[in-house]
Ligand binder design. Structure first.
Ligand code: GLN
Length: 449
């Protein structure tokens, strides 16, 4: 814990991965644990971690990267946080993020813009960019992110760490501040596949207080690692993931990794996800619709920021929300409200929900023919700070390879497969799996490290 806190002190001024650091509490906890002695029943005993500031931590500020929750201290721990604590982990800090997880570069945080540890002029990806940077810069051994449309896998790819988005329902969402409730999942981000598996082992499982958490037995993820070869494994290459729009350096690093899978005995098959071209439009309608509804609770009355200048009730709502939310969040609330409003619901939201079903069916069909799918996690390596901040639509388009998996509810893992030949920045390969089959993703990934 001391070494990690020191590392945080050294790296934080340039990387800006954290919104808050709980140094005193962490040291106190570590000392007490030292006195009591190691506890073999706790799989993460003494392991220093950070967690995304979207996850409720009892008595510790949870801002969601927003001014509206500047002073919010939850009175309970998120399910995943409680599990980490029970397992003996020591939480050192809360990581920076795009406001309410809306973004792909960690630049929409109300507090700071996190930088990519590989090159401080580049973004770390997002929205869990603080988490990716924190673990990549060795501030801690692992961290939790959340993934609604790629927010674990894409920053993992851009920073060069391992990030897993579990199957929808694998990890309880209780205590995760909701963005798109039907898409959101919590998952681990680490420097190695094994560390990732260890963390998922701890946070996975049924939670009777989250009705979307599914009661399916949790596999032994550590046992799935380091298989001898990939004989008998069918790996699908979705044609739409390897098409136009993919940067040459990303394609080349990913193809080298795929060739390695073949060398290990995997059989490669080409598959199709024919509705892929609708994924971005579908995702952004559904995510914004759900966000507009979820964020209605921040009204300046119940909790969170309240404007000082309000004169009556309506004014409290309008001013607190206008002053408390940043531009990107306001844009999404407006668009989300629009697609849900009477007269437009059928044309936009309902249609998107129907297309979502087709996208999911594409995946299920492709996964009948193979065990995992592979493709890039992002079409590009990390881009320059500020490059797309004035053009949100361009940034949305960069989510092309991650968002359809959330629409389908399936698990995905991104792992580093080298540096881009032109940019010298990390490239991530994405492995996409069957429902609740995170074990196979870990097994394959561990052979590519
Ligand atoms: N970039 C996507 C968005 O802005 C995904 C974000 C996420 O997964 N939280 O919605």
């Amino acid at each position: 814990v001391e070494a990690c806190l020191k590392r945080i002190e050294e790296t934080e001024p340039s990387i800006q991965a954290l919104i808050s650091v709980q140094a005193e509490e962490a040291l106190e906890q570590a000392r007490a644990m030292d006195e009591a002695g190691p506890d073999a029943s706790k799989p993460l005993w003494g392991v220093p971690l950070t967690v995304k500031d979207l996850l409720c931590t009892k008595g510790t500020k949870t801002t969601c990267g927003s001014k509206i929750l500047e002073n919010f201290e939850p009175f309970y721990d998120a399910f995943a946080i409680a599990k980490l604590k029970e397992a003996g982990a020591v939480l050192l800090g809360k990581t920076n993020m795009d406001e309410f997880a809306m973004g792909s570069s960690t630049e929409s945080s109300a507090y700071k813009a996190t930088k990519n540890p590989w090159d401080l002029n580049k973004v770390p990806g997002g929205s869990s960019g603080g988490s990716a940077a924190s673990v990549t810069a060795s501030q801690v051994f692992g961290t939790l992110g959340t993934d609604t449309g790629g927010s674990i896998r894409q920053p993992a790819s851009l920073c060069g760490c391992v990030g897993l988005k579990p199957t929808y329902g694998r990890v309880s969402r209780r205590g995760m501040v909701a963005y798109g409730s039907s898409l959101d999942q919590i998952g681990p981000m680490t420097r190695s596949v094994e560390d990732n598996a260890r963390m998922l082992q701890v946070i996975a499982g049924h939670d009777e207080k989250d009705s979307t958490s599914v009661d399916v037995p949790v596999d032994n993820y550590l046992a799935a690692l380091h298989r001898e070869d990939l004989k008998g494994l069918k790996v699908g290459l979705p044609k739409e993931f390897w098409a136009e729009g993919l940067d040459a350096e990303v394609e080349s690093a990913c193809r080298t990794a795929v060739a390695k899978l073949e060398e290990l005995g995997a059989e490669l098959v080409e598959v199709e996800l024919p509705h892929s071209s609708y994924a971005i439009a579908t995702y952004y309608i559904i995510a914004m619709a759900e966000a507009s509804s979820n964020l209605a609770r921040f009204d300046g009355v119940r909790y969170g920021y309240r404007s000082d200048n309000a004169e009556d009730l309506l004014d409290i709502y309008v001013k607190s929300r206008s002053e408390g939310f940043g531009d990107e969040v306001q844009r999404r609330i407006m668009l989300g409200t629009y697609v849900l409003s009477s007269g437009y619901y059928d044309a936009y939201y309902k249609k998107a929900a129907q297309v979502r079903r087709l996208i999911r069916e594409d995946y299920l069909k492709a996964l009948e023919k193979c065990d995992v799918l592979v493709g890039p996690a992002s079409p590009v390596t990390a881009w320059n700070v500020g490059e797309f901040t004035s053009d949100p639509l361009k940034m949305y388009l960069l989510d092309i390879y991650t968002i359809s998996l959330n629409l389908a509810g399936l698990p995905g893992l991104s792992l580093p497969v080298g540096l881009g030949a032109d940019s010298n920045m990390p490239v991530g390969l994405q492995l996409l799996g069957k429902e609740f089959d995170e074990a196979t993703l870990y097994g394959v990934a561990s052979l590519l490290e």
